[in-house]
Design a protein around this ligand. Structure first.
Ligand code: 5MM
Length: 338
């Protein structure tokens, strides 16, 4: 394990004013996104879509520190034959790779899931490193509903995340550890806090047991928000106060950065919440974004599969990237949304 390299890459991923683009939708997820804009999902349309984002110079060079790719994308070439990985590197950004194999029902735990993909992971990591990946991502999913999550399911997912992180580092790849507490359902902000606190405490216990080098990791968590169907929603200041509180209770300061998922928040809402967190307190971690939907919803809609819309879509992507870059410094304001 090259600790110096791991720490440098982790710091670059959360560099001031920058964050991560999560473009690692699996084939099923990207099909859903394309269905919504009336675009057929083929290898070529997926390539065209991702290529225009990676060629968006302003966003990629100023606000996007790294891009999480899917297995298909890390092997794809742009229309002119340049590899998509090279486009990302040329913009000064880091290529990363999603290595989990998705969630499956967890036997004996009705309604709960386990993330799979540990088999053969070390060999896959070595190949991904050769293809240019310098960081990876593994997402565990924790749902809140009646009687769940259980301690057993949280432990199983935290152990898998820790095992994955150790395998990453043995291959000189920085692990993004993503324990996502879903915001589906009608639970309160307090319940999200309680579950997230237990998930993060368990995760850092397991990372310790697995001897993971924390300086060479990035955490990708949910914010503390009420469920989408909860009657009482929260202001950005309420979200920020509880989110900061939970991290102070659970995340060691050796971790260089926290890069949030958006989790179904509307794009400006995700920006406003990130901004409120960074405005509220001086924190011992760089706190930024690793958004999928909140960065891509606007450019996806603007593009709608038409070559003629690429410039407008790139503008929409740059705008969201810039807004989130400002929010990562606590320098965003609603008036900038125009
Ligand atoms: C981009 O979506 C990622 C991959 O999802 P699937 O495995 O379901 O295809 C997803 O893991 C994403 O990186 C995180 O959920 C964060 O994305 P959001 O949209 O929540 O910011």
């Amino acid at each position: 394990m090259n600790k110096d390299q791991l720490a440098k890459v982790a710091q670059a991923m959360v560099a001031r004013g920058k964050g991560i683009l999560a473009a690692d939708e699996s084939s099923g997820t990207i099909k859903k996104r394309f269905d919504a804009i009336g675009v057929e999902s083929t290898a070529d349309t997926r390539r065209d879509y991702r290529e225009f984002m990676f060629r968006t110079q302003e966003a990629m060079s100023q606000y996007i520190s790294g891009v999480i790719l899917y297995d298909e994308t890390i092997r794809q070439n742009a229309k002119d034959g340049t590899s998509l990985v090279k486009l990302i590197e040329a913009a000064g950004s880091l290529p990363g790779i999603k290595v989990d194999a998705g969630v499956k029902p967890l036997p004996n735990f009705p309604g709960e899931t386990i993330t799979e993909g540990l088999d053969g992971l070390s060999e896959r990591m070595a190949e991904y490193y050769k293809l240019g990946a310098r960081f990876a991502k593994w997402r565990a999913v924790i749902d809140i509903a009646d009687g769940i999550p259980t301690r057993g399911a949280i432990l199983a997912n935290a152990q898998a995340l820790a095992r994955y992180a150790a395998i990453c580092q043995a291959n000189d790849i920085v692990p993004i550890v993503e324990p996502e507490v879903l915001m589906d359902g009608g639970h309160t902000l307090e319940r999200c806090y309680e579950v997230t606190e237990f998930v993060l405490k368990t995760l850092y216990d397991e990372l310790y047991e697995a001897r993971v080098f924390l300086e060479g990791t990035v955490l990708k968590p949910n914010m503390i928000v009420p469920g989408k169907k909860c009657a009482t929603q929260a202001t950005p200041e309420q979200v920020a106060a509880q989110t900061i509180r939970v991290f102070k209770q659970t995340v060691p300061v050796a971790v260089p950065g926290i890069a949030f998922l958006s989790g179904g928040q509307a794009d400006v809402e995700a920006t406003a919440n990130l901004d409120a967190i960074n405005k509220m307190a001086k924190l011992p971690w760089h706190v930024t974004f690793s958004y999928g939907r909140a960065l891509q919803a606007a450019p996806q809609k603007a593009w709608s599969g038409k070559e003629a819309n690429v410039v407008a879509a790139q503008k929409a992507f740059s705008h969201r990237a810039k807004m989130n870059g400002l929010a990562s410094k606590g320098e965003w304001s609603k008036s900038l949304e125009g």
